[in-house]
Design a protein. Structure first.
Length: 517
C-alpha cells in the first residue's frame, strides 16, 4: 500500500507559520544568546515577525480566489472572515507586544513600568527574587510565549475541523496561563490568578474535548462541513445536541459569558496589566471568531435548538456584567465586568445567524479590541508612591484635572464602551443590534439597549470622578511611559475615534464576507 504525502498549502498558511516560526526562534534566542542582548533581539523578532505575518495576510487576501478554500487537507479554512480575524489579531498582537516590552525601570526607581517579575521561578519575597530585582534582570521569556499565544489565536477561528480547533485552543491557552503569573508586584495575587485560570481553563477544555467526541460519534467526522451534512441528513440528534452544549461551554468560557465568567475579574486584576490588556482584547477576538465558524458553518441546521439557549446566556451575560460592574471600586475589576457585559452584546450578533450578524460581529471585535487594549494600557500608568498600580477608584479622584490628556483619552475609551456616538462603540452596538433585529431577536435587542443605558452610568461615574472630584491625599501619579506604550495608547485612541467618526471603510470591508464550507 502506497502512502501519499498530504498536500500543504504553505502560502495560504504563511501568516500562522510565520508567527509560529518566530515563537520557535524566540525559544532559541533564550537558549543561546547572552542575557544582555536578549531583550532587543526578542522585541525585534516579535514585532518584525508579526509585521511580516500581517503582510502575508494582505497578500493571501488579494490572492484569494472566490470566497476561499480549505487548506492543510481540510483542517484549516482560508476565507475572508478568517483572514480578517487574523489581521485583527496581528494588529492587536503588535500593540500588545509594545506594551509587554515596556521596561522603563531604572535602578532604584520605585515608580517604574516594568510589569514582569525578574525571576518567575523564585518564591515571592525570597532572597533570589530580591537579588534578581536588584540586578535589574529583564524578563524576556514572555515574548516567545506571546508569539505562541498569537499563533494559536490565529488558528482558532480558521480551524475547519474540531480537532484542529482544540489544538489551537490549547496552543494559545497554555502560554496565557503562564503569563498571568509573571507580575512584578503583588506576586501572590498574580500566581493565584494564574492558578485559577489554569484550573478553570482545564475544566473548560475537558468539556470541549468531550463535546468533540460526541459530535464525532454523531457524524463520523471532525470536519465542520461534515457535521453540517450529518445534521441535514436527519436522524436522531440527541448526541449532537449534547456535543454542541459541551463544545459551547469551552468557547463560552473563553469569551467570558455568564455563567462561565468567574475567572475574568480575578485574572484581569491579578495578571500583569500588559498581559491583561493583550488577553482581554485578543482572546475575545479569537474565541468569538471560532464561535461564529462553529455555529454558522457546522450547526445552522440545529439553530432552533441552540439559539434559545444562547438567547438566555446573552441576556444573563448583559445583565450580570452590567449590574456587577456598577458596584466595583477597582478600575481593573470594573473593566473586567464590563468585558463580561460586552460578551453579551457581541453574542447578539452571533445569534442573528445572518450575513449582517457576521459583519456586525467582525466590526465589533475589531473596534472592541483596540478600545480594550488602550483602556488597560492607560490604567497601568497610574501608580502610587510605592510603585504599585493605583487601581482603587477612590484614588482616581481629580486625576483628569491633574493629567488632562490621560483623563480625556481614558474618557474616550469609557465613552466607547458605553456606546456614545462618535466613538467606535456606538457603531458596534448599533450594527449588532440591527442585525439581531433582522434575525428575529428584537426582544434581545431591547434588553441590550437597556443594559447599555445602565452601563453608561458606571462609565460616566468614572469620568465625573476624574474631572469633578477633589483628589485624595494619597493621589497617585501618571508615570511617563516610553515610546512603546505611548504609541499603543495613541494608536488605540485614534482608531476608537476614527471608527466612530468614519466607520464606513471598515463596514465595507466586513460586509458580504462569508465562511467557506
Amino acid at each position: 500500500m502506497k502512502l501519499e504525502a498530504p498536500s500543504i498549502e504553505y502560502f495560504q498558511l504563511s501568516p500562522v507559520l510565520i508567527v509560529l516560526g518566530v515563537a520557535v526562534a524566540g525559544v532559541l534566542v533564550e537558549a543561546f544568546l547572552p542575557r544582555g542582548v536578549r531583550y532587543a533581539a526578542q522585541l525585534a523578532l516579535a514585532i518584525g515577525g508579526q509585521l511580516a505575518a500581517l503582510a502575508a495576510v494582505v497578500l493571501v487576501t488579494f490572492a484569494l480566489d472566490g470566497p476561499g478554500a480549505p487548506a492543510a487537507v481540510g483542517a484549516v479554512a482560508v476565507d475572508r472572515p478568517a483572514l480578517f480575524l487574523q489581521g485583527t489579531l496581528l494588529l492587536v498582537g503588535i500593540l500588545g507586544t509594545l506594551l509587554i516590552a515596556e521596561r522603563r525601570i531604572p535602578a532604584g526607581e520605585e515608580r517604574g513600568l516594568d510589569a514582569f517579575t525578574p525571576q518567575a521561578a523564585a518564591v515571592p519575597g525570597s532572597v533570589a527574587e530580591k537579588i534578581a530585582a536588584k540586578a535589574v534582570v529583564a524578563q524576556t521569556e514572555v515574548f516567545p510565549l506571546t508569539m505562541f499565544a498569537v499563533a494559536g489565536m490565529m488558528l482558532f477561528p480558521a480551524a475547519d475541523d474540531l480537532l484542529t480547533m482544540f489544538v489551537a485552543l490549547e496552543v494559545f491557552s497554555l502560554p496565557l496561563y503562564l503569563m498571568c503569573g509573571l507580575a512584578r508586584r503583588r506576586r501572590l495575587l498574580s500566581q493565584e490568578a494564574a492558578l485559577k485560570y489554569f484550573l478553570l481553563g482545564a475544566f473548560s477544555s475537558a468539556f470541549f474535548l468531550y463535546g468533540i467526541a460526541l459530535l464525532y460519534g454523531f457524524s463520523g467526522t471532525f470536519s465542520l462541513g461534515g457535521i453540517a451534512s450529518a445534521v441535514r441528513t436527519g436522524g436522531g440528534t440527541s448526541m449532537a445536541l449534547v456535543g454542541v452544549a459541551l463544545v459551547s461551554v469551552g468557547v463560552l468560557f473563553k469569551v467570558g459569558a455568564v455563567p462561565f465568567h468567574s475567572w475574568i475579574p480575578d485574572v484581569y486584576q491579578g495578571a500583569p496589566t500588559p498581559v491583561t490588556a493583550f488577553m482581554a482584547a485578543a482572546t475575545k477576538i479569537a474565541a468569538f471568531g471560532a464561535m461564529l465558524r462553529l455555529f454558522y458553518v457546522a450547526l445552522p441546521g440545529l439553530a432552533d435548538d441552540w439559539r434559545p439557549v444562547l438567547w438566555v446566556i446573552a441576556i444573563v451575560t448583559m445583565v450580570v456584567g452590567t449590574v456587577t460592574a456598577v458596584s466595583q471600586n477597582d478600575v481593573k475589576r470594573m473593566l473586567a465586568y464590563s468585558s463580561v457585559a460586552h460578551a453579551g452584546f457581541i453574542l447578539t450578533g452571533v445569534i442573528a445567524l445572518n450575513d449582517a450578524g457576521l459583519a456586525a460581529t467582525l466590526f465589533y471585535l475589531f473596534a472592541y479590541g483596540f478600545s480594550t487594549l488602550g483602556a488597560f494600557a492607560l490604567a497601568g500608568l497610574v501608580r502610587g508612591a510605592d510603585g504599585e498600580e493605583a487601581t482603587a477608584l477612590a484614588r482616581w479622584a481629580g486625576l483628569g484635572r491633574r493629567y488632562p490628556v490621560v483623563g480625556v483619552v481614558f474618557s474616550l475609551f469609557l465613552l466607547a464602551f458605553a456606546g456614545i456616538p462618535l466613538t467606535s462603540g456606538f457603531v458596534s452596538k448599533f450594527a449588532v443590534f440591527k442585525a439581531a433585529a433582522q434575525g428575529g431577536a428584537a426582544p434581545l435587542v431591547i434588553v441590550g439597549v437597556v443594559a447599555s443605558a445602565v452601563a453608561a452610568y458606571f462609565y460616566v461615574r468614572v469620568i465625573v470622578l476624574m474631572f469633578f472630584t477633589d483628589p485624595p491625599e494619597d493621589a497617585p501619579i501618571v508615570v511617563v511611559p516610553s515610546m512603546l506604550s505611548s504609541a499603543t495608547v495613541t494608536i488605540t485612541a485614534a482608531v476608537t475615534f476614527a471608527l466612530g467618526a468614519l466607520p464606513q471603510p471598515l463596514l465595507d470591508l466586513v460586509n458580504g464576507q462569508q465562511f467557506t464550507g
